[in-house]
Ligand binder design. Structure first.
Ligand code: ADP
Ligand code: ZN
Length: 688
């Protein structure tokens, strides 16, 4: 036997990381398919436990597990690879929000059902035409549009007209930029950002418009269709299964060029995204409060940065966060100063409720009532705004004062006349009005306290019996179609009056609407939310903006018991910038956002003692960094929600501190029992 060359050591194939759309701590290592190099981003099927799962190649394996123990990737899946920017986005969001990356990837996949196309699915779509119907812009609008077009890599209109031959060839490469498009309601912001979208489409790139609420989409979709000749591709939870699947694939294949969606649309895989527009950027509805907790506006800026593309934030009442970034020159600022055409801003008046004697059943003061009568007599339209669903926010026993409370939440039961029941607006609990008081057994002594929109409607019915009105609230409408029906009825003058909550405050354009009455302007100011004043200001300004959007002058009456409050004074004077400056000053003084960073950690569970123990343990393990401030633990304002007790810690940090990292390291120091939950909210917007 001759001794041959020594047997070479077995070649160890480099392993591959595969991220699965599951809330696991990290990606898993797999063996590659022999002879098949899989690029990062390739969508693959892999064995996972007893089943096959779809995941994404996420780089080279960690090498932490011996090769012999690893399983092989089964096969690549017939889908386009996830673009680099999409993968970087998943990692960034996971890191920032302190969530597992797989939970973020799940949002990119939408749902697993979507991934497999059906036989008859058609993904090619009619393409939007950038110049299908170009409105003639005012000078102010033209200037703003030109700046946005330049940011999208296009040329200003004058230059473009001169070189019309080179129109589609001469584009500058895109660079990341954030621009606040700031203009009063009705100034034409939508028309202006459509010019940027048109430029993006001219270049063959994808444009994404984010909207805070689905209720708003129907009206805007029609406007976009009129502007670009075809309906945009939609992405939100109201889509049917088939449409969702088709849209998901069309977006991922780059077939869909113009996409309008809810915040979740941000996570889809765009092969060639060229622009993001965040409409109504100040809206709190952009904050996702469940699962991966993130702010859609802020993540839009991150996504734009990772893709090196422009993002436009549009609002009539920009958030303090955005104004702060404008002040610090991080964001550009483009302003539209006036309403378009003949419309002027409505006149805002305060009605000091303390001056009028009103019964416990009446919520419309004499001045507001007179204005309503006059408006309807003049064949104009009105809107009554009250940000409270149902009939009455509180029901109490007149004999003993007992208040009907939700058994699962720190919250009153809200009476709903339409369903003849009392409901908790925080959990699903509902009940019939009891015959007897549970405390004193008195019969038939319950009294409704305070108004909801249903009760205001009842008052209208008795005091203005001939008025044609409708209620517009999330629980009285059955989806975006129903909202659109109401909007059409208003437009066709089949209604004199809309009575509604904040869903009616946004975006709609009713030319004959000349009176807005705010039933309780003080409503949003109570409670422990540091943004209460800012939000109230924004909301009331938005509501006011519904009035007088065409030629007829508009009027706004705000009913308040605090006419000297800075919010009311600012609304009265129309002095937004002074109000914002004062508000920012206050936030700085109290170390609150946007001047400082803020995070909240909420411990919850069914057993109060266990919850308190874990919250105390967390407090004891708090980071010792002198620059951080830890507040609490203390019971959350809703100390019980859906049957779980809640204790909370708040962490304040200067802006140059990586708060997400601090929180991650901090949480690693304590062990969470299985029956308790820790919820991390970086940049919290909800303080319930
Ligand atoms: P905003 O988004 O700032 O509230 P919109 O874009 O909705 O304002 O414009 C308000 C109204 O004025 C809309 O009905 C819009 O179609 C109209 N409008 C604005 N600019 C123009 C324009 N240049 N030409 C024609 N109509 C316009
Ligand atoms: Zn409840």
């Amino acid at each position: 036997m001759t001794s041959g060359p020594a047997t070479p050591p077995p070649i160890v194939p480099p392993t591959v990381r595969v991220l699965l759309p599951l809330p696991l701590a990290d990606a898993y290592d797999y063996l590659p398919i022999p002879g098949n190099t899989l690029e990062s981003g390739t969508i693959v099927s892999v064995p996972f436990g007893p089943r096959q799962m779809i995941g994404v190649v996420w780089g080279v394996g960690s090498g932490g597990v011996p090769t012999a123990k690893l399983k092989s990737i089964t096969a690549p899946v017939d889908l386009p690879a996830l673009p680099d920017a999409s993968r970087a986005f998943v990692d960034w969001v996971a890191n920032y929000t302190v969530t597992p990356p797989g939970a973020v990837l799940k949002m990119t996949f939408g749902s697993m059902k979507l991934l497999k196309p059906k036989k008859n699915d058609v993904f090619s779509l009619p393409q939007p035409k950038p110049d299908f119907h170009q409105p003639k812009l005012s000078e102010d609008q033209r200037k703003a549009a030109d700046i946005l077009i330049e940011k999208c890599g296009g040329q200003r209109s004058v230059v473009r007209e001169k070189n019309s031959a080179s129109l589609t060839t001469d584009h500058r490469p895109l660079t990341f930029s954030v621009t606040l498009l700031d203009g009063v309601t009705g100034s034409g912001k939508t028309e202006v950002f459509c010019e940027a979208i048109a430029e993006c489409l001219r270049q063959g790139k994808q444009a994404l418009v984010l909207l805070p609420e689905i209720a708003m989409t129907a009206a805007l979709i029609d406007r976009f269709a009129a502007r670009f000749g075809v309906q945009p591709t939609q992405w939100h939870s109201e889509l049917g299964e088939k449409q969702r699947r088709i849209n998901w694939h069309a977006i991922m294949r780059g077939e869909a060029k113009f996409i309008v969606g809810a915040r979740s649309a941000l996570f889809l895989a765009y092969p060639d995204l060229g622009l993001i527009v965040v409409d109504e950027e100040h809206e709190a509805a952009y904050k996702q409060e469940e699962g991966v907790i993130y702010h859609g506006r802020d993540m839009a800026v991150v996504r734009a940065h990772l893709g090196q593309i422009p993002v436009i934030l549009s609002s009539a009442t920009p958030s303090l966060e955005t104004m702060f970034n404008v002040q610090h020159k991080k964001y550009d600022h483009v302003v539209l100063h006036e309403r378009f055409g003949k419309a002027s801003m409505p006149k805002i008046e305060l009605v000091d409720l303390r001056k009028y004697k009103m019964t416990a059943q009446n919520f419309i003061s004499p001045p507001l009532f007179e204005a309503l009568q006059k408006t309807i007599a003049d064949k104009q339209q009105a809107m009554l705004f009250l940000n409270r669903r149902g009939y009455a926010p509180l029901t109490l026993c007149r004999a003993c004062g007992h208040r009907l409370q939700c058994p699962n939440c720190t919250s009153w039961m809200i009476e709903h006349k339409s369903s003849h029941r009392l409901q908790c607006h925080h959990c699903d609990y509902s009940m019939k009005l009891p015959d007897k008081c549970p405390t004193c057994s008195a019969e038939g002594r319950f009294a409704a306290c305070g108004p909801g929109v249903e009760r205001v409607a009842e008052e209208i019915k008795t005091r203005l019996p001939n008025a044609r009105f409708a209620i517009m609230a999330s629980d009285t409408l059955d989806g975006p179609k129903a909202a659109q029906d109401l909007v059409n009825q208003m437009a066709n003058q089949e209604l004199d009056l809309l009575i509604g909550t904040q869903i009616m405050a946004k975006g709609y354009h009713f030319p004959r609407l000349t009176l807005v009455g705010v039933v309780d302007a003080d409503l949003g100011l109570a409670g422990g939310d540091p943004r209460a004043a800012e939000r109230t200001f924004q909301l009331l300004q938005q509501v006011a903006g519904r009035s007088g959007r065409a030629e007829d002058a508009g009027r706004v009456l705000l009913q308040t018991t605090a006419p000297d409050h800075p919010v009311m004074k600012a609304l009265l004077k129309g002095d937004r910038d002074a109000f914002m400056a004062a508000e920012l000053h206050e936030r700085e003084a109290y170390h609150l956002p946007p001047a400082w960073r803020l995070a909240s950690i909420t411990v919850s569970g069914a057993d109060a003692r266990q919850v308190i123990a874990l919250a105390d343990q967390l407090a004891a393990a708090a980071p010792q960094d002198q620059k951080l401030r830890v507040l609490g633990p203390a019971p959350a304002p809703f100390a019980m929600l859906r049957g779980r007790y809640r204790h909370r810690l708040l962490i304040q940090a200067p802006r140059n501190i990586n708060l997400s990292l601090c929180v991650r390291q901090w949480l690693a120091l304590v062990k969470t029992p299985r029956n308790l939950r820790i919820l991390v909210d970086i940049d919290p917007y909800s303080f319930l």
